[in-house]
Design a protein around this ligand. Structure first.
Ligand SMILES: Cc1ncc(COP(=O)(O)O)c(C=O)c1O
Length: 448
């Protein structure tokens, strides 16, 4: 399938009719940035119900790791569905779940023996890790980060601190959660200079939270994204994670790493933690693990995951069809797609650096593999956030046939399926180039 290929005004008539129905019956809480109604897809190309084709840089919010309906994943799903669709791993056994747990024990960025709890989503993985941390440590406090996204169920929402709208109207939250600044070196929370700083923003945890608010021996877990996703695709310095690891070890706090968005090959390594030489106690994984089937897992040190039968479970968690999809996904990732994410990600980043020279709207480009953030600013010196311009670029790219999402207040997130080719990456860069030009010109045009 070739893309971009836009044949109708957007949305086309069929898309318009479906959106009309959706607007009457579907929860209005969803954030649809543009009117894309999928009919089918292949690799990194998606086609809407009117036959318009788009290059997909959103991947169903960083989920379709192997592309849309990869034949090997579809085969694994079909084979499993023909045998049995559900049995509930909470009460019975099935081999695909055991196989996946064995594989994750080898891959998860955790030292020593590893056990896995199976849920259905990222937020359930977060919930499981919170419960496990409290159960294991017999402590209550949790440290999380400003800008973080860990999910929307009540426990994980208490940690999520990305956009106020996600929390507005839902208080009270889980007590005992403390938020610290994340190491965003482009916008340093303490005004330090990256070249002479050793992740000094961590002093907020050491000298403020653990001194004024909660004693370290009451903190069960510190929950952190290796690269902040929803918060803006922010890549912290290696020292940030290294020092967090030392801090948690020093106080017997469990380090929970949320690899929901950054995991499963997206960063050009199986897990983003590997870029930081980080080994955690608990690792949460979801999104890309099963190429789009619902699955969320919590991997933990075997000596930490010691809760007894009945302590935690989920009827659908680790569904056999999802496990089969995950086993096929991991095989594809290991064989070629992690390497492809690294190679195409590098290629994309080189192209972005050229666009940086050309477009003053680009304030920062950052990322690993195919997890790339592009922060737009009105002025490179003041770093005034170009939120309206970012939103306009998202729309302009859609009109030109590229699906892309925002992240944080003013960044674009490039999160395509990991099957993206260099030629497709070049197409995306061209569309981005044209869209940035359009938006910059509109800004300069005198108001009518
Ligand atoms: C880092 C991170 N953790 C957790 C979640 C929650 O995942 P889910 O939407 O599957 O509940 C997300 C979703 O965007 C995420 O990006």
């Amino acid at each position: 399938m070739n893309a971009p290929d836009i044949k109708t005004p957007l949305p086309g008539p069929k898309a318009r009719a479906i959106i009309e129905r959706d607007s009457k019956y579907v929860s209005p809480s969803y954030t649809r940035d543009y009117p894309f109604v999928i009919a089918r897809g292949e690799g990194a190309v998606v086609e809407d119900v009117d036959g318009n084709r788009f290059l997909d840089c959103a991947a169903g919010i960083a989920v379709n790791s192997t592309g849309v309906s990869h034949p090997e994943v579809v085969k694994a799903i079909t084979d499993q569905a023909q045998k049995f669709i559900h049995m509930s791993g909470t009460d019975f056994y099935y081999e695909p779940q055991v196989r996946l747990a064995e594989e994750l024990a080898k891959l998860a960025p955790i030292d020593g023996d590893v056990r896995t709890f199976f849920g259905n989503s990222g937020t359930e993985a977060t919930e499981a890790s919170l419960k496990l941390a409290r159960y294991f440590t017999k402590r209550q406090g949790i440290i999380a980060f400003l800008g973080a996204f860990h999910g929307r169920s009540m426990g994980s929402l208490s940690l999520t601190a990305s956009k106020a709208i996600q929390r507005r109207g839902f208080a009270p939250f889980m007590p005992g959660v403390y938020h610290a600044p994340y190491a965003d070196c482009y916008r340093c929370p303490i005004g330090a200079r990256p070249e002479s700083c050793a992740a000094e923003c961590l002093s907020f945890i050491e000298d403020q939270i653990l001194v004024h608010l909660i004693s370290p021996d009451e903190v069960a877990a510190l929950v952190v994204e290796p690269i902040q996703g929803e918060g803006g695709y922010v890549v912290p310095p290696k020292q940030f994670h290294q020092r967090l690891r030392e801090l948690t070890k020093q106080h017997g706090i469990l380090m929970v790493v949320d690899e929901v968005q950054s995991g499963m090959g997206r960063t050009g390594k199986m897990f983003a933690s590997e870029h930081f030489d980080l080994k955690a106690d608990v690792v949460n994984i979801a999104k890309g693990i099963a190429s789009g089937l619902p699955l969320g897992v919590t991997c933990a040190r075997a000596d930490v995951m010691t809760w007894p039968p009945g302590a935690h479970a989920s009827t659908f968690g680790g569904n056999p069809v999802s496990c089969a999809a995950a086993n096929a996904t991991i095989k594809l990732l290991k064989e070629q797609l992690v390497a492809n994410a690294a190679a195409v990600g590098d290629h994309f980043m080189q192209g972005l650096r050229q666009l940086y020279e050309k477009h003053p709207l680009i304030g920062d480009v950052r990322g690993k593999g195919l997890m790339i953030g592009i922060e737009l600013v009105r002025d490179r010196h003041t770093k005034e956030r170009a939120t309206d311009e970012r939103n306009a670029v998202v729309q302009a790219m859609f009109r030109r046939g590229v699906l892309i999402l925002g992240a944080g207040k003013n960044a674009l997130r490039v999160a395509p399926p990991l099957v993206l080719t260099k030629a497709q990456a070049d197409e995306v860069l061209k569309v981005l180039d044209d869209s940035l030009t359009e938006v910059a010109q509109a800004r300069l045009a005198p108001a009518k």
